[in-house]
Each structure stands twice: as structure tokens, then as C-alpha cells.
Design a protein around this ligand. Sequence first.
Ligand SMILES: [Ca+2]
Length: 350
Amino acid sequence: MKKGLKFVCLLLTMLMVSSQLVYAASPTTDPRYATTHQAIILDTDIGNSTDDLFAMEILYKMMDAGLVDLKGVIVDRPGNGFTELADIENVYHGYPNIPIGVERNGITGTKVYIDYRMLDDLKNPDGSKMFARSDTDLSNNLDGYKLYRKLLAKEPDHSVKVILIGFVSSFVQFLESAPDEYSPLSGQALASQKIDSVYIMATKLGESNELGYNLRQDIPLAKRFVAELPSNVTTYLSPSPVGDALEYKPSEVLSDLADVDVHPIKQTYMYKNCDTGQRMWDHLCVLNAVFPGTFVYSERGDLTINDDATVNFTPNPNGKFMYQRQGGEEWYAQHREILRNYTKMQNKIK
Ligand SMILES: [Ca+2]
């Protein structure tokens, strides 16, 4: 059995034995436990905390294993150098042709905790770039909301999962977009027709009613996001308290990457202080999307956002929101292992 496939089986087994699991059937034979070639659009604020890098790392390796089909990456962080990081990621992991959408009108002025844009400047001893880039002139890339429209228009109905691990500027612009050359549908109608579900790292539900980092940067925008999501698109929140207990120490990261000389995560941890109190939040949205049925969620409900950066979650069997619940000690031990195994796993040679 190939190393990648073997690991996926191990991962499924680990998820299966988790005390958090709902179902009892064998995950390796039950399609409820993993997706196959699941179409995904990733929307990230890459270039701040490193957990976006781990979410991407996992997605590319899931591509290698045939679990997902990453249709596009939206970089929801305006400013020079962030889109280039997504390009470095695509190229490094062997997927240079995954399109990248750019947010040019989004949230600015937020604190960048770990600025790893220097990856694009690193050189090999012979003067060549340490991290290769695609030939694409990124200044011509589509706006993020346009890329949503272009990608979704081509996909079967109710087939795409959207993973939001940053701000929601591009996604809201997409929801509010008008018919164009890609689709005669409005953004909301396109979302309702094409998107299966949304996975967003947001709120502190389960611990408090705080809105959380990603949404509180622009509360009017967050309100539009919640109000304009189509009612048939179930949206799974991954509240920050779930990831708060998932620490991946810089020393462990570097140890797990000891066998490779050059890796975007390794060089980030070598050159930057990553001991900032960050935890591993974002990749949980990926796991939630790709292993449906293996996590425990709240009941369905409605979400409203208040001006004081709090939320109200009101149970409603017809509500479009659910939130992931925190695991126990055993669950966290297993999820630390899952994360570390993904880091250690080699990309498939293409
Ligand atoms: Ca993020």
C-alpha cells in the first residue's frame, strides 16, 4: 500500500475510534466517512498565522490521495505578497494550475502576527529562488468573487464545499454579485444552486458568544454574510475554542519536517518566531468538510450578529448553521497525531 493511502486509512481509523464519533460502521468501507474527489474552494487569509499553511498542506495531500479536488484558492487579504504565498504553496505541492483569486477591496490594517511573505525572497546557494513560482502574472488574476462565479458556474448542482478560513470579503462580494459572463444567475442564486455546504472558522460558540477574530474585523460585513447565505446551504462553524486546545509547538513542527530541507512551513518556522500563542484552528474546517459525519456538532440553528461583536445562536430544526463541539482529552490527542502525520507525509511525486 502506498504511503499516502496507508496514512489516509490510518487517519480514518483514528477518526473512527474517536470518542466523539456518532456512527459505528467501519469508516474504511462506509462512504459517509470520507469524500472522494470532493470539489472544494478554499478561501484563506494566508500570511498571518501559520494555521492556514497547515490547512493547505492537508488539502494538497488529500488531493494526492484522491479525497478532494481543490478547484481554486481565494486569497482574502489585500496587499502585496499574500497572493504570491498561495502561488508558492500551489507550486511547491505540485499543483501550479490551481487558480488563485485576489481580494483587492477587503479588510486591511489588521495586525499580521507572523509575516512569512519573506518566503518569496529566499534564495538557494546558486542564487535561484528557493520557492519556485508559477509563470502567472498574479496582477492579472481574477478578483476573488469573480473566481467564485467562474468556478461554481462549471460545477454540478449542490456539489462544491467552500472552506472559509479567513475574512469573508470575497465571499460576500460573490453572494452580492450580479449575472456576468460566467453565469446568468446572481451570486446568491449561484451559491444556492452549486454549493453543498460551507465550513468557516468563526465564533467562540461552545465557550462564549463572542464573534471571533475572522468576523469581528468588519461587523457589518459579517452581518451580510450571515443574512445572505442561502437557506439551503448548511454552514458548519468551527469555533476557535475547538482549536485553542490544539497546540503544535514550533520545535515539534521542525522535528516533523527534519527530513526535508526546503518546505514553506519549515522555512517559516526557521526564519520567524512562530511561538506567538497561535493554535491550530483552520485545518479543522478542512477535516470537517472531508470527513463528514465524524465530528460532533450542535443542533441546527439560526445565527445573528450583534453590534458588540457577539452572536446569538438560536436552535431551529430548519436553521442553516451548526457549530462543531469541542472534543475530550482523547480526541485532542488523536487530532494532534493526525496533524503531525499530515506534516510528516511526503507529497506524491507527480
Ligand atoms: Ca486563517
